[in-house]
Structures are given as C-alpha cells and as structure tokens.
Design a protein around this ligand. Sequence first.
Ligand SMILES: [Mn+2]
Length: 448
Amino acid sequence: MHIVDKSKEIAEFIKRQDNFHIIAHLDADGISAGAIAVKTLERLGKEFDVDFVKQVDQDTLRNILEKNMDVLWFVDLSINVDLNFDNVIVTDHHRSMKRFRYSLNPNDFGFDGGTELSGAGATYLVARSISRGNMDLSYLAVVGACGDLQDRRNRKLVSINRDILRDSVKINLIDIIKDIQYFGRESKPLFRLLFYADDPVIPGVSGSEEACIAFLLDLGFNRRDIYRRWVDLDRNKKRKMLSEIARRLLGRGFGATFVRRLIGEVYILKNEKEGTELHDAREFATLLNSTARYGRPDIALKICLGEREKYLKEARRFLDNHRQNLSSSLQIARSRVERRKYLCYFHAENKIKDTIVGSVTSMLSREFSSHPIVGFANGDNGNVKVSARYRGKGIDLSRAIYTAALSVGGTGGGHRRAAGALIPRGTEEEFLDVFEREIENQLSLEVL
Ligand SMILES: [Mn+2]
C-alpha cells in the first residue's frame, strides 16, 4: 500500500463520521497539525473539539475517553500505551510500536519520519485526500515540518515534505528563496540575528551582545546598520558579513561543508505581512513553539487559523521570553553535564521547564557531538521528562529509549537522532544504565 492510499482510506472514514476529538501535540508541528485537522473538519461541517497534550499516557487517555466522542484523532502524537477504542485516527511521524486501523505514519511506508514527513504533513495528506480545496492548508504543513527542524539537515525540505511545499508554491502561497539560515532575517536587528545564531554558532560572537556589536563595527558597519535588518542590507554588506562569519568558522577548524550551511532555502509565506515572524515559515514555527510551550497552545492555534491582529502581539511576548529562557537554560544544562562511558547527561531538576528540555538538549548536542546526550527535567505528577539527542550515525535512540523507559515503568519513543521519554522520578540512574546498555549493544552490532 502506498501512503497516499492510506490517506484516502482515512479520508473516507472521516467523511462517514459525525463528531471528533482532536488531540494534538504541544509543539509547533502539533499545533500546525491540529489547525489542519480543525479546518478540514470545519469545512466538512463536522462537530469537534481540540485538546493539546505533551504526550499520551494513561491519565490523558482517561480524560479523553470520558468525553465520549465518536472518533479520536491524534495528530503529531505517538501512542505507546494500550487504548481500547476502535475509531482511532493517528496522523503522526514518530516511531512507535502501537498501530491502529487508521494510522498514517511515514515510517510504515519506507519514509523517514525525521526528515521526509512531519505530523502536520501526515495530517495534511489526509486533508488533501478529502478535498483538493484543502490545498490551501499546505503552508501549515510546511510550518510544521520546519518546527520539527526537518529542513535543517539539507537546508531544505525533501521528499514528501517537498511535494507538500510544491502544493503551496503552485497555488501561490509560498515563495522559495535562498538566504541566510539564521533566525531573525527580517524580524530582528542585525546584532540580534548574530546574538541568536546557533546553527552554526559563530565562535566568540553568538550569545554576547557586545561581541555582536563589535563584530559589526569591525566590518565597517555604522551604528545605524546595527539596528538594520538583514533583509535591508545591500548585497555588498551581506557578502561582507557572510565571508567574515565563514572566516571565523574556518579559523576554528570547521570545514567547508559547515560553512555552506549558512545559506539554504527560506520559505516566504506570501499572504503574511513582511517583517513579521509569520512571513517566514521557520520563524512562524518558532513563534508557535514558544507560545505553545509556555502553556498557551490556544493562542498558537488561533494564529494558525488566521486570527492575527489580536493574538500576534501576545504570542510575540512569549517568543522573546522563550529566547531568553533558552539561553539561560542552556547555561544551566551545560554546567551540569556528566560523562558516562557511552553517553553524556545532565539533570536540570526543576531549573529547566520540561517543555523546553528537548530544545536545550538539542542545542547542547552540538557541543557534545561525539556521544549521545540525555537531558532530564522534572515534569508533572512525579514524572521526569527525558530527552535524548545524537548527531552521529549507527545508533537508533528511539529504540534504546523505548526499552529503557519501559524497564523503569515509563514510556518513550521518537526518532533515530531525537527521542524522548517520561519516567517516574527516582528511576533516572536505572534508566541510564539500561539506556547505555542498549546503546552499547547497538554499537557492537554495528561493528559486527
Ligand atoms: Mn512532530
């Protein structure tokens, strides 16, 4: 069966049903996926309500089932616990063990759920199968994929994500351009763009306001330029900046492939106002992420559904807060890193919010790239949120974390290079032992 046939099967099922409960993941991809599901059902005239959750566990399932809807539609969420209910749709891209009759997951069809299709993309495939009129939701799937960093490895969206992007281009919703890959191209002054530069980090510049300003003045930029935006610079100044960044990277031993990552595709949402975060798909995703992760997924959803004026200002406050929070959390995490034989880990206790420990672990994994890195942060109900990241090859974190979490009475899953779990507080050491043993096993199999 092809993935599109599956989406058609789910589309037919949806048309036959009356009321739905959409359960969406609490991040940018999940919110985008939720918005696609909402629009799709709205256009069909169906009844529905929406909930956002961090993960699906027994408690959330109990609450969901109490509402007694005909159909449960999980978007961008994997289900790793038992669920005795027939009418379940899951449009997701995480690796998980449980499957339902109406599961659409790229991993089941020979695609990589980490780069080729996001949760919003999986949901979009169903929406598109219901009606070609839903093609105008494709831009939300692009935002979702960017939210899950699916464009980062190749500096562009590939595979099914790219087909979806083409839908957006075809109906004039998105322009694809090539430009600098840093956050804030058109929404932040230059010194801020440098300040936030994290992929790649500019050695000695990123993270220090004084260093960013000095960097620009040294290039011969004047005081006014510092407050200009990247998009307002002329070609010459852009080139100057890029070559100086490249020079510094090369000087610190980063290779040419690394430097090439400075430039890549940028997706411009043509219907959005220039200069706002919504104009650039990646910034749109960051805005959704920060709003959702600080407890206001409702605002993020409204923005996706087109209610801009009122909510954008509010969302922006969360974004600024998120940026600051990330950089201070990164420092906390860095100071707590411990090394074991096959991995590094840190425990943030409640110094880092459980909703951003994943982002922090990701950022830190660039500095500790030789080993998998595991981050712990205290979560709700006596649980600990676990995030694992690895930038190398030969290890499947999602498999290792699934086994390790299960062994201490928790749940876990995710992707090869990025996985997460929820485990009972106090089991961290035991979890690390099993997790490390799994990694060791995988590595020894690799050698054989
Ligand atoms: Mn996702």
